[in-house]
Write a new protein. Structure first.
Length: 356
């Protein structure tokens, strides 16, 4: 089965989340869908990370990935990915081209599962659970009262864990005032601080009983400092969304810098590289604040390879969804897709309306 076409499809979907301002750097939900056709008529869908970098990722798919993939055997996913990584290493071992390759890889796994008539999870070990608990990943509100309001709202909808994107003590205190101590509360600060400031902040955050503190240090590759934050504060540390390929996570594993490793399937190099990361044996908390084929892939990956983890659900309201109700939690849970491939193809009408 040969690859006959690789197409990048850019989308931009407006959203709301309860604040008058936008979450930093995400004015709209940007998508780069990757559609792959084969000579046997099977079409696969992938997803390349594109928040605020959509045009660059689309160009990488079209100019760097597609020409190297055309004509190759669609079933030889690992070999094709390794070849493309080698050809592109001169441009760096991460970033835009890794996101673009992730989209191709996910689409090829979708094709592989469709060819066998089974859901993706059956190809990677089988689902250990039929439904997936989610944590509500709140965007930044800043105002303590608003933080408390939306924490309370998410809990009322059945979410049993909350993640913040707040950096101020009073905002996190507002969350903890609404979130009972026995409900996991996490904080993702997106590499906000220097190592010294991160340690100081983490020591102040001890009183909030955080389940984890995510990406406390800039730059994110400063693994020694990330580990130092955890050791100084006693708070479990999570990181990994900014690491690409298995090689990035090997360093994370070797340094024992984190309690939770967070591969993002639409950044790390796709399903193939995610599985390699899972095989390292770290405790996984996959990064998944997105709504394209990568979100479906993450459900399959958690169900098969990290069944103790929760799915990260970006707590916002988009103007449209690509998969109907498939990515709409009920009582804080999502069903693991059961149809062949990823479980559903994107809605062509939503693609038509929001194509960028």
């Amino acid at each position: 089965m040969k690859i006959t076409r690789v197409e990048a499809i850019p989308l931009s979907i407006p959203y709301q989340y309860g604040s008058q301002s936008h979450f930093p750097h995400i004015p709209k939900l940007d998508f780069c869908l990757v559609r792959v056709e084969t000579d046997e008529g099977i079409v696969g869908w992938g997803d390349a990370f594109a928040y605020n970098c959509r045009s660059a990722v689309v160009a990488a798919v079209n100019d760097m990935i597609a020409p190297r993939a055309l004509g190759h055997d669609a079933s030889r996913i690992s070999e094709l990915g390794a070849m493309i990584q080698k050809h592109l290493h001169i441009f760096g071992r991460g970033g835009i081209q890794a996101y673009a390759l992730s989209g191709l890889d996910i689409a090829l796994w979708d094709i592989a599962a469709k060819a066998k008539g089974v859901p993706l999870h059956q190809l990677i070990g089988g689902a250990k659970r039929a439904s997936m608990p989610c944590y509500a990943s709140l965007l930044r509100y800043t105002e303590p009262a608003m933080v408390a309001k939306y924490c309370d709202q998410a809990l009322g909808e059945g979410f049993r864990a909350i993640k913040l994107h707040e950096i101020a003590d009073d905002a996190i205190a507002g969350a903890r005032s609404a979130v009972p101590d026995d409900v996991p509360l996490m904080a993702d600060v997106n590499c906000e601080w220097s190592p010294r400031d991160a340690i100081a902040a983490a020591e102040r955050f001890k009183r909030f009983n955080l389940h984890w503190l995510e990406e406390p240090v800039f730059p994110p590759e400063d693994l020694a400092s990330i580990r130092a934050v955890g050791e100084a504060s006693g708070i479990p540390i999570a990181a990994g969304e900014n690491y690409c390929y298995e090689s990035g996570f090997k360093a994370l594993w070797q340094t024992r810098a984190v309690t939770y490793a967070q591969p993002s399937v639409i950044k790390v190099g796709g399903i193939t590289e995610f599985l390699k990361v899972a095989d390292l044996g770290m405790k996984l908390a996959p990064h998944s604040p997105y709504f394209g084929p990568g979100a479906l892939a993450t459900l399959h990956l958690i169900a098969a390879r990290a069944p103790e983890a929760r799915f990260e659900y970006f707590y916002l309201w988009a103007e449209a969804g690509l998969f109907g109700d498939l990515l709409k939690p009920v009582n804080g849970e999502l069903r693991v897709p059961a149809k062949p491939g990823l479980g559903m193809d994107p809605d062509p009408e939503v693609i038509r309306r929001f194509r960028a």
